[in-house]
Design a binder for this molecule. Structure first.
Ligand code: 6PG
Length: 246
């Protein structure tokens, strides 16, 4: 793997298996040096984490002791039932949390049965009880879409201009409906942010985020510049192909 410091965070380039292992290493290392009583990892949605869950379960890469004591949630969610394949938490639960026998009291889905604004409020309260004051997650995993969105900050999202200072919110996104999501402020109050971007489909978006003239509204993942000191990008060669020097 190669690594360099950028204005959007540490950029680590490697092959998929190396990056999968590095994601575990980073999160476990953060947890092992923490004095926090409750340690929270937030997974994300999309196809990349699904492959990572399967790999993590099959290889036992996340130590059993960590699986047993960590609190698990997701950094953004669609307003669908947990049984839906579109449910980010439901997918994490089916592919990793349940097979790894994570205690039910350590699983924290968004309560999508509520109206979106109420679901966001209920989730804020749950996370306030779980995490120390002023902290969102200990480890926040993110992906990036080929339109350069991250979490549920899609191009043009009002959240990129103002999120009201809350860590979590509900937002109605064009063509995608309601989403529940960490906010930019929530990212800035997380301990570690790990963004995984794999495959050639991410190459143009990555170039736009790291080196393009796009505005924040056009390439929302540029928001990670506001928390660059705690952000690590895990990127494979195909995704990095358009970056200068790759
Ligand atoms: C989601 C996330 C989204 C995702 C990216 C990457 O729930 O889908 O909001 O930000 O992480 O779109 O998805 P892929 O891993 O499928 O490329």
């Amino acid at each position: 793997m190669t690594e360099k410091k950028t204005e959007y965070g540490r950029l680590i380039i490697g092959d998929k298996m190396e990056l999968f292992a590095e994601a575990v290493r980073l999160a476990v290392a953060a947890e092992s040096t923490s004095e926090s009583q409750n340690f929270t990892w937030a997974f994300t949605g999309g196809s990349t984490p699904q492959a990572w869950y399967t790999w993590a379960h099959e290889t036992g890469a996340i130590p059993a002791a960590v699986m047993a004591k960590t609190n698990f949630t997701v950094s953004d969610e669609r307003c669908v039932s947990l049984s839906s394949d579109d449910s980010n938490f439901g997918t994490a639960e089916r592919k990793l949390l349940a097979p790894s026998e994570v205690p039910v009291e350590h699983r924290h889905p968004w309560v999508v049965a509520y109206e979106p604004a109420q679901a966001a409020e209920a989730y804020r309260r749950t996370m306030q009880l779980l995490n120390p004051p002023g902290e969102a997650y200990d480890v926040c995993f993110l992906g990036m879409g080929d339109d350069a969105h991250t979490a549920s900050f899609f191009p043009g999202s009002a959240l990129l201009e103002s999120d009201g200072g809350v860590f979590f919110t509900a937002i109605d996104t064009p063509q995608k409906g309601w989403r529940l999501t960490i906010t930019p402020t929530g990212l800035q109050h997380s301990g570690l942010v790990v963004v995984m971007a794999l495959g050639a489909g991410k190459a143009t978006a990555l170039k736009r985020v790291f080196e393009g003239d796009d505005t924040l509204l056009e390439a929302p993942a540029k928001i990670l510049k506001t928390c660059a000191e705690k952000t690590v990008w895990l990127v494979d060669e195909a995704a990095a192909a358009e970056l200068t020097g790759s």
